[in-house]
Design a protein. Sequence first.
Length: 608
Amino acid sequence: MKVPTIKDLTDKMVEVGLITSEQLEKAREKQQDSGLNLGDILISEGYITEDVFMAFMGKQSDLSYVDLKSYGDIAEEVLKLVPENFACKRGLIPVKKTNSTLIVAISDPMNIFAIDDLRAITGMNIEIVLAVRNEIKRAIDRFYGTGFIDEFEEEADTDEEYTDSTDEIDVDSGDVFNSIIKELSKTKPGEAELQVMSDTEDDRMQDITKIKQASEEAPVVKMVNLIILNAIKKRASDIHIEPFDKSCRIRYRIDGVLHPQPAPPKNIYNAIVARLKVMALADLAEKRLPQDGRIKVKFGKREIDLRISFLPSTFGEKVVMRVLDASSLCLDLLQLGFEQRDLARFKKIINNPNGIVLVTGPTGSGKTTTLYSALTNLNRPDVNINTIEDPVEYILKGIIQVQAKPDIGLSFASGLETFLRQDPDIIMVGEIRNKETAEIAINSALTGHLVLSTLHTNDAPTAVTRLNNMGIEPFLISSTVIMSLAQRLVRTICEKCKESYEVDPGVLENYGLSKKEIGNKKKIKLYKGSGCRKCSDTGYKGRIAIYELMEVTNEIRELINTRNPAYKIKEQAVQQGMNTLRLAALNKVLEGITTIDEMIRVTASDTG
């Protein structure tokens, strides 16, 4: 077998007219920038299809090309010769055995290390045939049916225990579960779809029974546990389980960004959803309306809450789980990410005896963590603190926390009214959502209480506009709001693969760095992560908050009373020394904590 080099192969493609010399040149330029395989670039750019590429490679190297889409069954004795995790990692699958020779389909015949390893593992002669990479992946799923389980298990730490209320994960029992999942993966379409197709109550109950039975089968239990376990180990904040026409997808939100994970076969998707419904005590029969629930799991000695949401969609119910790990909650104001000057101002303001402190930002920006940290700082035996939240995310020792239940009449507004009869010193309201809640919060501040709450606005000054839009009079806002704090979370550079580089000062000047700060510097040293196993090749590990702290001074109160727009209030706040979110992020870039790309991703320009 003589396998041509990729250069010889692509040059030959130009010679025979499969691609043009211009296309090859563009692909090579992109390869220099990205480091990707040249063949992959030609395919991804649409210059040539993958099957044509593989067929041509086969012809040039005297290798047969196999269409796995129409390939028959592969004998189990052949599959047993190659461990599935090896097949998944190396992108190959055994297809046939003849005497002492094993025929293996592979997409990259130049990977001689994989072929040598395979020869050592099997002790047989290896004959190579070519196949399309995606078809090899599908064949692995079809004939092994457990690739995603193995990938999860490889990343699981067997030294730690993980249990839910009814099951324990034994990550060493892969062989037993693999054989069961293999049977599930061979289920014919329709046998395990389990969707309610009939309008009659009797048929519906029968289908529900099947769903529940399927959801309790050992492999489904193991799948769900491993999905949750791996998310906790990867420090994911959310788990997304999503159905599509002929497939499904699992993604983890890690450090604010969604990352795809190995996905199970579609034919057992509904059984996985049903298992989660059983764990969350949700209604198995209801598939037309959204549902919410909670699951509590143990991970070693840690107890972790999962807030779970079921959303009906075109191809099934989408599931999203919010992972709430109290052990990872940072309640130390010094570690949140405040600049020293802003931290001093924040502490001074929250120690006021009365007034309203607002923390603003989108969902998932860390507002609750900042409020919890402030309450922890204020919590003393001589202070009465009450909170009303939806939901109560973490339990704070020594603080009375109330779960809002609007469906039975316990809203933020009604809870606030009750608090005023509970002799509070400090009140926290999960969110000011409407005029009624805002008015009671303002009344609480006017009668001598400190109120902490959140709003969904893009920056600190816009909190004033938001309250105005709710119908609150400007004089009430100016006389009660003492601080508006906007925040975001930026990813921090992985310390394991952190490396420095230099940029021209003009680059940072475009992002708001002043000429005074630049001085006479010819170059400015910055940092980035090159990507490693510790950070899953992202270059980032962990997050830190950036803040825009607007203290409501007499000058800003005057602007509020005269109904000035948010940009005027922002101009005044900046004159008084407020760091905008963009400048706060830029400081983190200069300190080597985050990157320019992350700053641009998370914050908006101050110049519009």
